[in-house]
Write a new protein. Structure first.
Ligand code: ATP
Ligand code: MG
Length: 447
């Protein structure tokens, strides 16, 4: 089985600066048509990705080029600088020479679960990055409501949380003239493909998922729903349905993306290529094998009550997170009560001061300052001085988002229309993939 352990950097504490990604690419029109073998010539390259020589499909024909690295100085918690994943792209060399060429955009998909209030971690680790990605890539951002039911959930709240999440995507700057925004359950192909993929997923792969182990232990093992175990297959379906080139992933999702890649390879091998052609199909790869795109900044925002745990929607205490829709008073109260330490001054990168590191990093990102500027500004501050400064910066940053959110929510028809259009565009792509999979797996075609 294909293994590429270095694709995903090891978890490690210190903050490191992280290179920004940049993309500009041109590929030949026929390269585009011959999706499969030929598309591989313009895959994203990771400097630390091991070469892939696998028996599955044609991915050993991947033509990798060296990444162009653009430094910025935004912090990333949880990534070892020795294992940095330089998700950057160089202009690709077409595999076949063509006279005419057209510009195509790589496709990115991503989503947030409507499991509660969107918090600063979701925003800085995911949504804020989408806003810059949508200019360069073809983007599909969805609200992953089917994932929200993997653990016990509030039935009365699900649809409200789904709408709120969609409205917050837009309020944070996701632009529907560039990105498709939709609700996962509105595109039936997600569940359909999940079932088909499930038959090709060895149970051992799912059993070894860390999130499953952790969450099932917390939820009382035997009583957890099967969906918690099979959730990564749904995530694979979410990604593979859209033939995504890249998937922005936070620390918490890396193992699931690795499984997606392995599953794509496996299905391509089991059902793709000549076998598919014999059944009247196109042949070649059924799925693109997606690459991880580690967010350039703010990759891991930690809890306000424990600098070693990530900020999370499902954490029991609301004091552990800043929700994007928190009032000024709530923000002030949370920052006032957040965990600190008794060291003199404030500093980045001291492993004994995870809370200090986290709060300075949040401050740095939301003020758009450099790490050096923040280090200098805050080095002789104490918590009593810094906390009001951070509170004001948070309020200033979130206020325009909250105002836009209110505006969007006040026009119900608008949001519904956005979601309907998004679902329709997404279904156009997804349905083609599902039909291909049915065909390649030998199902009788519906007439
Ligand atoms: P839950 O606790 O229900 O799992 P969550 O807060 O982890 O919720 P998700 O919906 O699982 O949020 O994740 C949505 C996106 O936000 C993912 O891309 C994930 O990597 C990112 N994300 C979640 N928490 C953080 C965090 N603390 N810092 C940075 N990114 C985060
Ligand atoms: Mg999560």
């Amino acid at each position: 089985m294909f293994k590429c352990p270095n694709v995903f950097p090891q978890h490690h504490n210190p903050l490191v600066s992280y290179p920004k990604t940049e993309l500009s690419e041109t590929v030949s029109s026929s390269t585009n048509k011959k999706m499969g073998r030929s598309l591989l010539s313009h895959f994203l390259n990771l400097s630390n990705a091991c070469p892939r020589f696998t028996s599955y499909g044609n991915s050993s024909k991947l033509q990798r080029t060296l990444p162009m690295i653009h430094q910025n100085h935004l912090p990333l918690v949880g990534v070892n600088s020795n294992h940095r994943c330089y998700c950057s792209v160089s202009a690709p060399e077409p595999t076949v020479s063509e006279s005419s060429s057209t510009s195509i955009k790589r496709r990115i998909v991503s989503g947030v679960q409507p499991t509660g209030s969107i918090h600063l971690g979701n925003y800085l680790g995911a949504i804020k990055n989408w806003v810059s990605l949508q200019d360069t890539y073809e983007t599909l951002f969805f609200i992953v409501d089917l994932h929200a039911i993997t653990l016990p959930y509030d039935v009365q709240q699900l649809s409200k949380a789904t709408r709120d999440t969609a409205a917050l995507y837009l309020a944070c700057g996701v632009d529907t003239s560039k990105a498709s925004v939709f609700v996962q359950s509105h595109v039936r192909a997600h569940v359909e493909l999940m079932w088909l993929l499930g038959s090709a997923t060895p149970i051992g792969w799912l059993n070894r998922m860390i999130q499953f182990k952790e969450k099932s232990r917390k939820a009382g093992d035997e009583n957890v729903g099967v969906a918690l175990l099979t959730y990564p297959v749904l995530m694979a379906s979410d990604i593979l349905l859209y033939q995504s080139d890249l998937v922005p992933v936070g620390e918490d999702q890396k193992q699931h993306l690795e499984l997606t890649r392995e599953l794509a390879e496996r299905v391509n091998h089991l059902y793709g290529g000549r076998k598919w052609k014999k059944l009247g199909g196109r042949g070649g790869l059924i799925f693109k094998v997606p690459e991880p795109l580690i967010p350039p900044a703010g990759a891991r925002v930690m809890s306000l009550t424990d600098g070693l745990s990530k900020m999370s929607k499902s954490a029991t205490s609301d004091l552990s997170r800043i929700n994007l829709l928190d009032s000024k008073d709530a923000i002030a109260n949370k920052i006032k009560r957040c965990k600190t330490d008794s060291f003199p001054g404030l500093e980045f990168d001291n492993p004994d001061r995870p809370e200090c590191n986290n709060l300075l990093s949040i401050y740095q990102i939301i003020t758009n300052k450099t790490k050096e500027e923040v280090a200098q500004e805050c080095q002789s501050m104490n918590w009593g001085t810094f906390k009001p400064v951070l509170t004001d910066a948070l309020i200033d940053h979130l206020q325009p988002i909250q105002a836009r959110y209110e505006e969007i929510m006040s026009d119900t028809g608008y949001l519904d229309q956005v979601l309907a259009e998004g679902a329709s565009k997404a279904a156009d792509i997804a349905d083609v993939t599902v039909s291909n999979v049915y065909q390649a797996m030998g199902f009788l075609k519906r007439r």
